[in-house]
Design a binder for this molecule. Structure first.
Ligand code: PAF
Length: 270
């Protein structure tokens, strides 16, 4: 496995792909890879000649009270999973390479970063857009794969790429779920055996909201009744503005089970 650690080595590896006419796809990750990430890689391999995943736990998208220290770090296991898919090269930069001393720049997408995730995690999208913008400029992939599981993140990155004319095509990949419909997430590893039956209610209650079987208030109450300790939001909104305006075509939820925050989303039945 070829592990690239520096921007200079990344560029040296990337440059010959242009004259060779090779299409590059890029899969941004923070590691702790699960089937959802592996599906992004499979799609990336399918849509391009070469797929480059990156693994970097980005401190700038975690607030001080969040789970950066506890975030699962499983590099050897991650590399093994990527190798088994036929990945030959992975970008795994160090923190000092990405955020050297005196790093001062942030990338902010204004309006659609503000509601929902932006309201409850105000630092989050700026951290994401700053790192993803840097990574895209470092390797200029023709295609970038992102999961629909983080749907607002996907749309915020699409907006950034459009606004800044970054020459990559952002392709969203459908959420991968376990056999109970729970959206796969690295944070699922925090769930205890007692949490799991509660966690799987998230997608079921959201589905009822998305199919207009219950309204937002009922969905909120159903989550609390199911055992979620707090609900940040459970709402129908427009999939471009993330506000309750115009066509309400996406259902999104964020709810807590103790210290674990789970999110999910799905299209609204029209
Ligand atoms: O979705 C994630 O894992 C992260 O937010 C991303 C896109 C890799 C940026 O750090």
């Amino acid at each position: 496995m070829h592990i690239i650690k520096t921007v200079a080595d990344l560029r040296a590896w990337r440059e010959p792909l242009w004259p060779d006419g090779k299409i590059l796809s890029f899969v941004p990750t923070m590691g702790a890879l699960h089937e959802g990430h592996l599906e992004l890689v499979r799609v990336g391999l399918d849509q391009a000649d070469i797929c480059l995943p990156y693994i970097f736990v980005n401190p700038k998208q975690f607030a001080e009270n969040e789970d950066l220290a506890a975030y699962p770090k499983t590099l050897d296991d991650d590399l093994e999973k990527l190798r088994s898919l036929g990945i030959g090269t992975v970008y795994v930069p160090d923190i000092a390479e990405i955020y050297p001393q005196n790093f001062q720049t942030t990338v902010t997408v204004s309006d659609i970063s503000k509601p929902l995730e932006g309201e409850y995690r105000p630092h989050f999208f700026q951290g994401v857009t700053t790192i993803v913008c840097k990574m895209l400029l470092q390797c200029l992939p023709e295609i970038t794969l992102l999961g629909e599981k983080d749907f607002q993140q996907l749309q915020v990155i699409r907006q950034m790429v459009r606004d800044l004319n970054i020459p990559t095509k952002i392709n969203g990949v459908e959420t991968v779920r376990d056999h109970h419909g729970l959206a796969l997430s690295s944070r699922n590893s925090y769930l205890s055996a007692d949490d799991y039956p509660i966690a799987v209610q998230l997608n079921k209650i959201l589905r009822k909201l998305a199919f207009h079987e219950i309204n937002e208030e009922q969905a909120h109450q159903a989550l609390l009744d199911a055992g979620f300790t707090k609900v940040d939001y459970c709402t129908l909104c427009n999939s471009h503005s993330f506000k309750a305006e115009g066509v309400l075509d996406r259902a999104l939820v964020a709810a807590w089970l103790g210290d674990t925050r789970l999110i999910d989303n799905m299209p609204v039945s029209m």
